[in-house]
Design a protein. Structure first.
Length: 154
């Protein structure tokens, strides 16, 4: 049941982010920067929290750090990943703890403006405190005009 819900969330996300878009018009902007979002467990929908990411993009390769709020697992994580798909509008990441032990995999769809990602995650490493958890994430890129905690980003 959880796998079906995860697949449905990913499919709906892809459709929402790509509706009425001519693929030739899709932007190829850089994902480098600060990102903020939320995550929700599909195992226990009341288990959710915030997400902060710093992303560096070099070609199709992505890397960076993330901090997750309200989680018992390693809240500070490192990630490495790749863009893929005909228009590089999908993302696949592997998250690691501070010892470089893989924790979870994340797959997502990037909207055409390249400023939002809708993703699903899966903790598939049995040594992780969150082993077996799956869920969704909605992540937005911080823009120059964004206001975070009363501080205007410049």
């Amino acid at each position: 049941m959880i796998v079906i819900r995860t697949v449905i969330v990913l499919i709906v996300s892809v459709l929402l982010f790509s509706a009425n878009v001519n693929p030739a018009q899709a932007e190829t902007g850089d994902l480098t920067g600060e990102w903020l979002g939320t995550w929700t467990s599909l195992n226990a929908p009341k288990y959710n929290g915030t997400l902060e990411m710093t992303v560096t993009q070099e070609g199709l390769a992505l890397s960076g750090t993330s901090i997750l709020g309200n989680t018992k697992c390693s809240p500070e994580r490192f990630f490495k990943g790749q863009l893929f798909g005909k228009y590089d509008n999908f993302i696949a990441l592997q998250l690691y703890d501070d010892t470089q032990t893989p924790l979870t995999k994340l797959w997502g769809a990037i909207n055409r403006s390249r400023n939002a990602i809708s993703a699903v995650y899966n903790f598939d490493t049995n040594t992780s405190e969150c082993y077996g958890d799956v869920g969704t994430m909605i992540i937005s890129k911080v823009q120059d005009y964004s206001q975070i905690q009363g501080v205007i980003k410049k």
